[in-house]
Design a protein around this ligand. Structure first.
Ligand SMILES: CC(C)(COP(=O)(O)OP(=O)(O)OC[C@H]1O[C@@H](n2cnc3c(N)ncnc32)[C@H](O)[C@@H]1OP(=O)(O)O)[C@@H](O)C(=O)NCCC(=O)NCCS
Length: 147
């Protein structure tokens, strides 16, 4: 199975599905919900999704920062579809899109449990661990090579 990747619009029907997936994979296990303000603030982010037919398998956000960096956030793959290469595909497409848009660096806040995933994809830890949404995190980054 090779998932189809698609960039989607904020507040589109596909975006609603991606929020539901993020809620299931990232928020519910922590007993948290998204606020209207959080979702509203995602209008300035790029939204990537992975599909098998019309079933959403995974998603992530890219949020432009100042100084040539872009932040990868909310990386989530359906619990039943993890470890099948979908996360790797989403990250690879994100890096390609970031380069196309002229960014030279991707940074992210990795949950402790996901640090090994990002290490495999060439990200390196920056600074000390910290706590976010009640979970230990590590900032990580990757410098991007232009074409
Ligand atoms: C973390 C996550 C996005 C990875 O996506 P995925 O589709 O499961 O990962 P892939 O199958 O593409 O894995 C790529 C490589 O990373 C490894 N890997 C995947 N998840 C890993 C993890 N949590 N820890 C260590 N290695 C991991 C895979 O084994 C694979 O290695 P290989 O190429 O040697 O076989 C996904 O498991 C997920 O949604 N987890 C729950 C939510 C979460 O933690 N999101 C990240 C928040 S920062």
């Amino acid at each position: 199975m090779t998932p189809r990747l698609r960039w989607i619009e904020h507040l589109s029907p596909a975006y609603a599905l991606s929020v539901a997936l993020r809620r299931d994979v990232l928020r519910k296990p922590l007993g948290l919900e998204f606020t209207e303000a959080q979702l509203g603030s995602e209008s300035n982010s790029l939204h990537l999704t992975a599909w098998e037919e019309d079933v959403l398998l995974g998603t992530l956000l890219l949020t432009p920062l100042d100084g040539g960096s872009i932040q990868m956030r909310q990386v989530a793959v359906d619990d039943a579809k993890q470890r099948l290469g979908i996360g790797r595909l989403l990250v690879a497409e994100s890096e390609a899109e970031a380069v196309r848009r002229g960014f030279s660096r991707i940074m992210l806040h990795a949950r402790d449990s996901a640090v090994g995933f990002y290490l495999k994809l060439g990200y390196r830890p920056v600074g000390d661990e910290f706590v976010e949404v009640g979970v230990k995190h590590q900032e990580m980054e990757k410098r991007l090579q232009g074409p």
